[in-house]
Design a protein around this ligand. Structure first.
Ligand SMILES: *Cc1c(COP(=O)(O)O)cnc(C)c1O
Length: 384
């Protein structure tokens, strides 16, 4: 079996703190044990603070993608016009959920190194004022880009549409204000900026979204994809729709506590500092950032164009096995075109970025790419 890499700096999951690991090792409890109920409710309260929302919040037990699919399954009435914004593999992929549940798919697609222009969304709503659902990714992790959901969601709300935002990799690492911005369903993954292991979908749901779910001709109930089950059974009646992942809740609670102790603004600044250091290092090494411009870059991950003459497989294998740093390649259509250094949660620190840049320099040099010695680390340090 391979050794554990010294550093895991991927698009997620990433390394988590010792505190979170220890929390998971707590004895497994019955989910109706009064102590577990207390811990669960406390986790919900903490997450609401992190989401900066007054909306209801549920923890779905599976993965972030469960929350994404459940949002479509729970809200879309067959025949609903749904506008999906395709800015990368996750944005594009959401269109499939729309059609799976009978939605009529309208799409705005941009090259996967760009983000969405709000004017395009405005035009689409002008042409189709009966759009019922808008779906968009906040931080498109596979492309390293960020969509201006603070401008996009209000347009949908002006037209009484429900907004579904894949904020899997943004909440906890960068500003996201569901209530102010009109995000009806906000789906977050614990394994990204929150700094916990994968295993659940953390979802805030607005009153408008509950109404949309209830207003369907056949509201979705009695399904793992049903968000309404969480409202009607758990929120209103204190009964879990199914057994929660007890130890995962411990982990999410601990990660949330740690983040709140640090303070959200501090955490955002830490992610920004790591991203700025990483970008400076990449450019100084003579490499090219993947997103079309720096103002649309997400601060949770740095996506870099694959240098000529290097394969994704060789780069990542050597970087991990010889220099101890596990990074991510492309995802979906972006496989082979880019590689990604993740700096989220615990790993959102300039010191970790320096390690990744040093390992990258050694790897590229070994692979025959000319990289100025020490330039990446030096430029990254200069931003600190
Ligand atoms: C990680 C991620 C997902 C999917 O998460 P899973 O780990 O596959 O559940 C979806 N969207 C975005 C933006 C992500 O970063």
């Amino acid at each position: 079996m391979a050794d554990l890499p010294e550093f895991t700096m991927t698009g997620g999951p990433l390394e988590v703190s010792d505190r979170v690991l220890r929390a998971m090792a707590r004895q497994t409890m019955y989910h109706y044990d009064p102590l577990f109920l207390e811990l669960h409710n406390d986790t919900i309260d903490k997450l609401k603070k992190i989401f900066q929302t007054k909306n209801d919040l549920i923890i779905m037990h599976g993965e972030a993608v469960l929350g994404l699919e459940a949002a479509a399954a729970s809200t879309i009435e067959p025949g609903d016009k749904c506008l999906n914004l395709a800015t990368g593999p996750f944005g594009k992929g959401y269109g499939r959920h729309v059609t799976t549940f009978g939605g009529e798919l309208l799409e705005i697609e941009v090259p996967f190194n760009e983000s969405i222009d709000p004017e395009a969304v405005r035009d689409m709503f002008r042409a189709h004022p009966d759009i019922k659902v808008l779906s968009v990714v906040h931080s498109e992790t596979p492309a390293g880009t960020l969509n201006p959901i603070e401008k996009l969601c209000p347009i949908a709300k002006e037209h009484q549409a429900i907004t579904i935002v894949d904020a899997v990799s943004s909440v906890g690492g960068m500003q996201c204000l569901p209530d102010e911005w009109g995000v009806d369903i906000c789906i977050v993954g614990p394994q990204k900026c929150l700094g916990a292991p994968p295993g659940s979908a953390l979802v805030s749901v607005s009153k408008d979204a509950w109404q949309k779910m209830l207003g369907k001709s056949e509201p979705l109930r009695g399904s793992v994809l049903s968000m309404l089950d969480f409202k009607e059974r758990l929120i209103d009646n204190g009964r879990f729709p199914y057994t929660p992942s007890v130890n995962q809740v411990y982990a999410v609670r601990e990660a949330a506590a740690q983040l709140l102790e640090e303070g959200l603004e501090h955490a955002f600044a830490r992610h920004r500092a790591a991203a700025l250091a990483c970008r400076a290092g990449i450019k100084a090494m003579g490499l090219e950032l993947w997103p079309a411009s720096e103002d649309i870059m997400s601060t949770c991950v740095t996506a870099v164009k694959m240098p000529d003459g290097v394969t994704d497989k060789a780069l990542r294998a050597m970087m991990r096995d010889k220099y101890g740093v596990m990074i991510s390649g492309g995802h979906g259509d972006l496989i082979g075109k880019l590689f990604r250094i993740g700096h989220m949660g615990k790993m959102a620190g300039v010191s970790y970025v320096l390690v990744a840049l040093a390992a990258l320099e050694k790897t590229l040099t070994d692979l025959g790419v000319k990289v100025p010695a020490g330039a990446g680390v030096s430029a990254a340090l200069a931003t600190a």
